[in-house]
Design a binder for this molecule. Structure first.
Ligand SMILES: NC(=O)c1ccc[n+]([C@@H]2O[C@H](COP(=O)([O-])OP(=O)(O)OC[C@H]3O[C@@H](n4cnc5c(N)ncnc54)[C@H](OP(=O)(O)O)[C@@H]3O)[C@@H](O)[C@H]2O)c1
Length: 380
């Protein structure tokens, strides 16, 4: 029986994780749950999964849970999230809080020696070197592309790998040019063609920022150089990623697009759980297509390669500037095409520093957010 804490249990990945637990109750039990403020869904999850400890970031929402579940340990704030992430009785932490807020609890889980199922890519984008230095137990990717790479790399030597090839659906605006994207709205961008995901990652998929963050994540997970990590657009989202070997062979991982696949694999690795996904019939799917990404129109991808090469705190700055820009876009005061322009401006103002500690990362995150606010103030 694997004992889990699920960070971000009320989100898209968190709910899919609990669905796997629901289907395989003899294999998994839930000891800790954590989320932001959704105490209604958390109430249902507590009643169904009976965790020992629960935390919500938001104090008022946590207070409502405390009144409802007087016997349960209910916590709030960052300390609460960290407590759920580091519970002694837990072996496996599924990290699926969205954005930079996932960093500290995941970092503390790593330091506590937990095996991590990592959906929160921001943890590695912001603090990859630090996390790799501290990790004593495996970090198993949950992102579908990285899960695919992880699966394709099994049994192969790093020196036999020429390239990692991440696939990208291309999002709702695939094939469009800057001029056509001038007036797209948050609602347009939230209509992802193949995946059902949280709002932030859905916008990041539309700008290709998500793919850029994934390039950085892949670098830290697998240890390959930026020039060994490529991106190809594959809009059917059936091939989740591939590895190219020095002999010219490609090994790819395919399945229908359903996050329960990579989540179940991370939870059960090195075993596989039976019948997690519907079967993938290639003859019914027909054609699978692949094309080069358009880095002129979707320049967030290029910005991530640049930040990865700059190193140190540069990826943290890109990530924080993007979180602010996406919020601004969804609130309607930033245009879609402005997202990469603003991030570029902030990255260009940044003097990257080597990351020695988590404080260095948090400081760079703060700096980028403040810079964003300053730039916005200058505009009005
Ligand atoms: N969705 C996917 O298919 C997918 C695929 C690959 C990777 N990922 C990654 O997985 C992570 C989660 O994505 P998602 O799509 O599941 O996001 P989501 O649906 O927006 O869910 C986010 C979760 O994080 C919680 N949360 C947000 N802010 C928080 C804070 N400050 N403190 C504590 N909890 C907080 C939310 O709680 P409330 O509900 O209470 O606000 C919710 O449980 C992201 O890093 C994303 O890049 C997602």
């Amino acid at each position: 029986m694997k004992r889990l804490s699920v960070l971000g249990s009320t989100g898209s990945i968190g709910r899919a994780t609990l669905d796997i637990v629901r289907r395989y109750p003899e294999r998994f039990s839930v000891k800790g749950l954590a989320a932001g403020s959704n105490d209604e869904l958390m109430t249902q999850q507590i009643e169904e999964f009976r965790p020992d400890v629960v935390a919500l970031m938001d104090e008022d929402s946590a207070q409502r849970l405390k009144i409802r579940f007087r016997e349960l340990e209910v916590l709030s704030g960052k300390e609460g999230l960290v407590r759920v992430a580091t519970l002694e009785e837990v072996d496996f932490v599924l990290s699926a809080i969205s954005g930079a807020s996932g960093l500290v609890p995941t970092y503390e889980a790593v330091r506590a020696g937990k095996t991590i199922g990592l959906a929160n890519k921001e943890t590695l984008v912001m603090a990859g070197d630090l996390i790799n230095r501290e990790a004593r137990a495996p970090i198993i990717p949950v992102d579908s592309e990285h899960s695919a790479l992880f699966q394709c790399l099994q049994g192969h030597r790093a020196e036999d790998v020429r390239k990692l090839i991440l696939t990208a659906s291309g999002g709702p605006f695939r094939g469009m040019k800057k001029e056509q994207l001038k007036n797209v709205t948050g609602e347009d961008a939230l209509r992802h063609p193949t995946w059902q995901m949280g709002r932030k990652i859905t916008i990041d998929s539309a700008t290709l920022m998500n793919k850029g963050l994934e390039v950085i994540e892949a670098h830290h997970l697998f240890g390959f150089k930026p020039e060994q990590i490529d991106v190809v657009i594959h809009h059917q989202s059936i091939v989740h990623s591939m590895v190219e070997f020095i002999d010219g062979s490609l090994i790819a991982q395919l399945s229908l697009p359903d996050m329960r696949g990579p989540i179940a694999y991370a939870l059960s690795y090195p075993e596989r759980l039976p019948e997690v996904l519907d079967r993938c019939s290639l003859s019914e799917l027909g054609t699978l297509s692949f094309e080069e990404p358009d880095m002129e129109t979707f320049s967030c991808l290029r910005l991530c390669y640049r930040a990865l090469r700059m190193g140190g705190t540069a990826p943290t700055v890109v990530n924080a500037a993007d979180e602010k820009a996406v919020e601004g876009f969804l609130e309607g005061f930033i245009g879609f095409n402005e997202i990469p322009v603003i991030i570029d401006e902030i990255l260009s103002l940044h003097q990257p520093k080597e990351v020695q500690s988590i404080e260095d990362v948090l400081e760079a995150d703060r700096w980028a957010r403040e810079k964003f606010d300053e730039l916005m103030e200058e505009r009005v």
